[in-house]
Design a binder for this molecule. Structure first.
Ligand code: PHE
Ligand code: ZN
Length: 881
C-alpha cells in the first residue's frame, strides 16, 4: 500500500512534458509471482528543452532491475531509482533516444487490483488512473500518447489466450512449454488505456460490419462454461456500435473488439483500447440469474465502454482534472443510447432518481467538488457521481441550450478538431461556441462551481392583461473551498398548462431569453412575463429535468395533479406526483418522530392510483409512479437533524395507507401484468414485471402476511420475480418461516453462482431495523463471504452502509463503529474499495445530534489510524473538515 504523502496536485501547475514519447515496446514474461517486464521507450526532447534536463518516470512500488540507454547499460551515476520514480540524467544530446527499463512484479500479491494482477488464475490489468506505473517506470499521464507493440510470453497450457490492445500481429511456440503472442495498437494512446489479459478463457464470437463496410471481429471472453451468459452482452455491443454510427457518426477503428469479464474488479468496467475489461457482473446474464435491472445495466455499461472508444480514447484528457471530459460526455452518450433503445421518459425518471439520490447528497456534503476540480490529493477519489452524472447533465444542458442541430454540429467539430489529442474542457466548450455562435462563458460555471443550485419560483396571473408572470431567483450554496458564487446560466424547460389541459402558446415573452420551450435563467433574480395567456395556467417547470437543480415552487396539490394528468412531458408528470408525495412523507416522518398519528392526503392516493391504473401509460412508467421517494430522498428533503427510524416509520405508514386504499387496483394489476410465456429481457416486458411486482409489494403491505410473497416466490420463473419476492419476504417478515425458507431455497439453488450469491448477501444486508448489524456480522462469518472479492464486500458491507438507513444508523452508533473497523481492515488490501465504501458516511452531518456524534467519533477513529492509504485519508479528512 502506498501511504499518504499529503501531496496535493493542482490544475494550475500543469505543464507539458519535457520529452515526447514516440513509441512503446513492451515484453511481458508472465509468471504468477515474478513477471518480467521489459519496456523499450523511444523519446525525443521537446524543442527548447535544455539537454541537461533529466527524464523523470513514474513508478509505484517498483524496483528497477535493469536500465539501458540506447541499448547500452546505464552506469549507476546516470540515474536514481526509488519505488516511486526513476530519474535519468545526461541523456544523449541527439534525439530520439531509447530507454529500456526492466522490472519484475508480482501479480499474485497485487490485492489492490491496480496494475497487473491475477483473478481466478487469469492475468489482467487495470491502469486507469495511475496503475501503469505499477507495471513499469513510465511517464504515466494522460497527455503522453504513443503507439504500443506488446509481446506476451507465458506458459502455453495455463494461458492459451493472450490478449492486448490493437490488432493481433502473430504468435507461436517459444521455449519450455511457453508460447508468445504479439499485438500492435496503431492508435496513439495514454498508458491508462493499456491492457493485457492472459489465461484460460472461453470465448463468444461474432462480427460487426461497420458503416464503411469493414468487418470487425467481436469477442467476449468469460470463464469456461459461462459462454451462454454472454449472449446479451454481445447483442448490446452490436446495438451500441450501430447506434454510435447512426447517432454520432462514429465508426469503430480496429479489426477486432474484445471484452473480457473478470470476477475481481474495483469498478464497473474499463475502456482499454480494443480490449475492454469488465466486472463480470456487467457481462453475464440469463433469465434464471439476472434481473431486469441487471440486463439494463449490462446494456448501459457495454455501451458506455464502447462509446469511450471515441470519447476518451481517440480524444482523451490532457490531465486528470479533465476527467469529466470523457466520463460526463460518455455517460450522456450511454443515457441517450438507453433512452433510444428503451423508453425515453422512463429512462429519464431513473436517471434523475439516481442523480438525486447519489449526486445531490455528494454536492450538499463535505465531499462536494466541481465537475472539473482544480486540485486533488488522490485521483481515485474523483471517479464520483459529480464527475460522471452531473458531468453528463452539463452536456445534456449544452444540448438543450443549443438545440439538436447546433449540438450535433458542435460534436462533429469536436471529433474533427481534436481526434488524436489530449484536450481540456475549454477545448470541448469552444467547439460548441464555434459551431453555434453562442457564448458559453457563463454556462461554463457549471464546470467550476460545486453545489446544487436552488431556484425559487413564484408566479402570478393577470386575467385582464392576459399575462402570466414568473419570478425566479437562483442561489448556489457554499461548498468546501467555494464560498462566493456567481449566478449560473440555467436552462429551464417549461409549459403553461391551461384548464382544458392544452399547453398555451404565449404571444410574447419579456424579461429574458426563451428558445423553444426553454427559458434561460441567467441573473440572480429575473422576472419573465408571458403574454397572450387566456386563462390562469398551471406552470410546469424544469420539465425533463432540463437543469440539475433543486426547485422551490409552492404549488397546490390541485395544480400538481393537473400537471400529472396533462403535461405532454411524461417526466414532468412523474415529477408532479413525486412533488405531491414528498410533503406527505416529510410530515409523516415528523409525526412519527413526535408519536403523532400519521395521515396520508387522499389527493395523493387518488392521483397515484389514477396514474397507476391509466392504461394509456406504459407499465414501466406506472411502476415508477408507484415507487415513492426513498428514505434517503426524504432525509435529503428534510435537510437536517434527521432520524432515520422516524423517516422509515413515516414512509411505511404512507405506503400502508396507499396499499389499503388501492387494494382493488393492485389486485387487478397483479393479475393483468402477468406475462405468459418465456422470459424476455426487453423493456416492455420488464415494465410489466416492474408494475406487477410493485402491485405485489403494496398487496403485501395491505395484507400484512407473507403468504402472497411466498406464493410469488414459489411461482417465479425468472430472477426479477424471484429477487423481488425474496426481498419482500426478508424485509417485511424477516423472522417468518417463509422468509427463512425462501432464503435457504435460494441459497441452495444458486450456491456457486457468485453474482447471485451477491444478491443473497445484499437482500439480507438491507433488512431494516435493529437486527441488521448482528445479521451482517453473522453473514461475514459465512464461508461464502470472501473479503478479497470487491463485489462480495460491496454486496454485504457496502450495501449495509449505503442501503440500510435504519440498520446502519443505529442510535447507539454501533453501525458506524462497525464500518470504521471494516474500513481499517479493507484499506491495507484494497484502498480504493475502502475509500469508496467510506463515502457512505458523506451525509453524517445531517443526522440528529446523537447519531452525528457517534458518526464523528467513528470517523475520528479512522483518521487516527497510524497507516492509512492516501485514498482513505483523503476521504476521511475531507469528511471531518
Ligand atoms: N473509466 C472507467 C469507466 O468509466 C471507470 C474506471 C475508472 C474503471 C478507474 C477502473 C478504474 O468506464
Ligand atoms: Zn467511463
Amino acid at each position: 500500500m502506498r501511504t499518504d504523502t499529503g501531496q496535493i496536485v493542482h490544475l494550475a501547475d500543469y505543464r507539458p512534458t519535457d520529452f515526447v514519447l514516440e513509441r512503446v515496446d513492451l515484453t511481458f514474461e508472465l509468471d504468477p509471482t515474478n513477471t518480467k517486464v521489459e519496456a523499450r521507450l523511444i523519446f525525443h526532447r521537446r524543442e527548447g528543452v535544455d539537454p541537461s534536463v533529466p527524464l523523470v518516470l513514474d513508478g509505484d512500488e517498483l524496483t528497477l532491475s535493469g536500465l539501458l540507454i540506447d541499448q547500452s547499460e546505464a552506469p549507476a551515476s546516470r540515474y536514481d531509482a526509488t519505488p516511486e520514480s526513476l530519474t535519468i540524467r545526461d541523456l544523449p544530446a541527439e534525439t530520439p533516444f531509447e530507454v529500456t527499463v526492466t522490472t519484475f512484479i508480482n501479480p499474485e500479491a497485487n490485492s489492490q487490483l491496480m496494475g497487473l494482477y491475477r483473478t481466478s488464475g487469469v492475468y489482467c490489468t487495470q491502469c486507469e488512473a495511475e496503475g501503469f506505473r505499477r507495471i513499469t517506470y513510465f511517464p504515466d499521464r494522460p497527455d503522453v500518447l504513443a503507439p504500443y507493440t506488446i509481446t506476451i510470453i507465458a506458459d502455453k497450457a495455463a494461458n492459451p489466450v493472450m490478449l492486448s490492445n490493437g490488432n493481433f500481429l502473430g504468435g507461436g511456440d517459444y521455449d519450455e512449454g511457453r508460447h508468445f503472442a504479439a499485438w500492435f495498437d496503431p492508435h496513439p494512446k495514454p498508458a491508462y488505456l493499456f491492457a493485457l489479459v492472459a489465461g484460460d478463457l472461453g470465448v463468444v464470437e461474432d462480427t460487426f460490419t461497420t458503416m464503411s463496410g469493414r468487418d470487425v471481429k467481436l469477442r467476449i471472453y468469460v470463464e469456461h462454461g459461462k459462454e451462454p451468459r454472454a449472449a446479451y452482452a454481445m447483442d448490446a455491443l452490436k446495438r451500441s456500435m450501430k447506434w454510435d454510427e447512426e447517432r454520432f457518426g462514429r465508426e469503430y477503428d480496429l479489426d477486432i473488439f474484445m471484452i473480457v469479464a473478470v470476477s475481481d474488479f474495483n469498478m464497473g468496467a474499463m475502456e482499454n483500447k480494443g480490449l475492454n475489461v469488465f466486472n463480470d457482473k456487467y457481462v453475464l446474464a440469463d433469465p434464471e440469474t439476472a434481473t431486469d435491472q441487471d440486463y439494463a445495466n449490462i446494456e448501459a455499461i457495454i455501451a458506455h465502454e464502447y462509446f469511450h472508444n471515441w470519447t476518451g480514447n481517440r480524444i482523451t484528457c490532457r490531465d486528470w482534472f479533465q476527467l469529466c471530459l470523457k466520463e460526463g460526455l460518455t455517460v450522456y452518450r450511454d443515457h441517450e443510447f438507453s433512452a433510444d433503445q428503451r423508453s425515453r421518459a422512463v429512462k429519464r425518471v431513473a436517471e434523475v432518481r439516481h442523480l438525486k439520490s447519489e449526486q445531490f447528497p455528494e454536492d450538499a456534503g463535505p465531499l462536494a467538488h466541481p465537475v472539473r476540480p482544480t486540485k486533488y490529493r488522490e485521483i481515485n477519489n474523483f471517479y464520483t457521481t459529480t464527475v460522471y452524472e452531473k458531468g453528463s447533465e452539463v452536456t445534456r444542458m449544452i444540448a438543450t441550450l443549443l438545440g439538436s442541430k447546433d449540438f450535433k454540429a458542435g460534436m462533429d467539430l469536436y471529433f474533427e478538431r481534436h481526434d488524436g489529442q489530449a484536450v481540456t474542457v475549454e477545448d470541448y466548450l469552444k467547439c460548441f461556441e464555434d459551431a453555434s455562435g453562442r457564448d458559453l462563458e457563463q454556462f461554463s460555471l457549471w464546470y467550476h462551481q460545486a453545489g446544487t443550485p436552488l431556484v425559487t419560483a413564484s408566479s402570478s396571473y393577470d386575467q385582464k392583461k392576459g399575462t402570466f408572470t414568473l419570478s425566479l431567483e437562483q442561489m448556489l450554496p457554499a461548498t468546501p473551498g467555494q464560498s462566493n458564487k456567481e449566478p449560473m446560466h440555467i436552462p429551464l424547460s417549461l409549459a403553461l398548462i391551461l384548464d382544458n389541459g392544452q399547453i398555451a402558446a404565449p404571444t410574447a415573452v419579456k424579461g429574458g431569453e426563451m428558445t423553444g420551450d426553454v427559458l434561460h435563467l441567467t441573473e440572480r433574480k429575473q422576472t419573465f412575463t408571458f403574454s397572450g395567456i387566456s386563462s390562469r395556467p398551471v406552470l410546469s417547470l424544469n420539465r425533463s429535468f432540463s437543469a440539475p437543480i433543486n426547485l422551490h415552487f409552492d404549488q397546490t396539490p390541485a395544480d400538481l395533479a393537473h400537471i400529472a394528468r396533462h403535461d405532454t412531458d411524461l417526466f414532468a408528470r412523474w415529477q408532479a406526483l413525486t412533488d405531491l408525495a414528498m410533503p406527505n412523507l416529510m410530515q409523516a416522518a415528523r409525526d412519527a418522530r413526535e408519536g403523532r398519528e400519521i395521515t396520508c392526503d387522499p389527493a395523493l392516493t387518488a392521483a397515484l392510483l389514477e396514474a397507476a391504473g391509466d392504461e394509456a401509460l406504459e407499465p414501466a412508467f406506472r411502476a415508477q409512479v408507484l415507487t415513492l421517494p426513498s428514505e434517503a430522498d426524504i432525509a435529503r428533503e428534510l435537510g437536517g437533524n434527521n432520524d432515520p427510524d422516524a423517516i422509515h416509520a413515516g414512509r411505511h405508514a404512507i405506503l400502508s395507507a396507499i396499499a389499503r386504499e388501492g387494494n382493488k387496483t393492485f389486485l387487478r394489476l397483479f393479475d393483468e401484468m402477468k406475462i405468459a410465456g418465456p422470459y424476455a429481457p426487453d423493456a416492455a416486458s420488464a415494465g410489466k414485471r416492474a408494475l406487477r411486482n410493485s402491485a405485489l409489494a403494496y398487496l403485501t403491505y395491505a395484507e400484512g402476511t407473507p403468504a402472497r410473497a411466498a406464493q410469488a416466490f414459489a411461482a417465479a420463473d425468472n430472477m426479477t420475480d424471484v429477487a423481488q419476492a425474496l426481498t419482500l419476504l426478508a424485509h417485511r417478515f424477516p423472522d417468518s418461516a417463509e422468509a427463512q425458507g425462501a432464503l435457504d431455497t435460494f441459497l441452495k439453488r444458486f450456491d456457486g453462482n457468485a453474482l447471485v450469491i451477491d444478491k443473497w448477501f445484499s437482500i439480507q444486508a438491507t433488512i431494516p431495523g435493529a437486527g441488521a448489524l448482528a445479521r451482517v456480522k453473522a453473514l461475514m462469518e459465512n464461508p461464502r463471504f470472501v473479503s478479497t472479492n470487491p463485489n462480495r464486500v460491496r454486496s454485504l458491507i457496502g450495501t449495509f452502509a449505503f442501503g440500510n438507513p435504519t440498520g446502519f444508523n443505529r442510535p447507539d452508533g454501533e453501525g458506524y463503529r462497525f464500518l470504521a473497523e471494516q474500513i481499517l481492515s479493507i484499506d491495507p488490501k484494497n484502498p480504493q474499495l475502502a475509500a469508496r465504501i467510506l463515502t457512505s458516511m458523506r451525509s453524517w452531518r445531517s443526522l440528529e445530534p446523537q447519531r452525528a456524534d457517534h458518526a464523528r467519533s467513528a470517523l475520528a477513529t479512522i483518521e487516527r489510524a497510524e497507516t492509512l492509504s492516501t485514498d482513505v485519508r483523503d476521504i476521511v479528512e475531507r469528511m471531518l473538515k
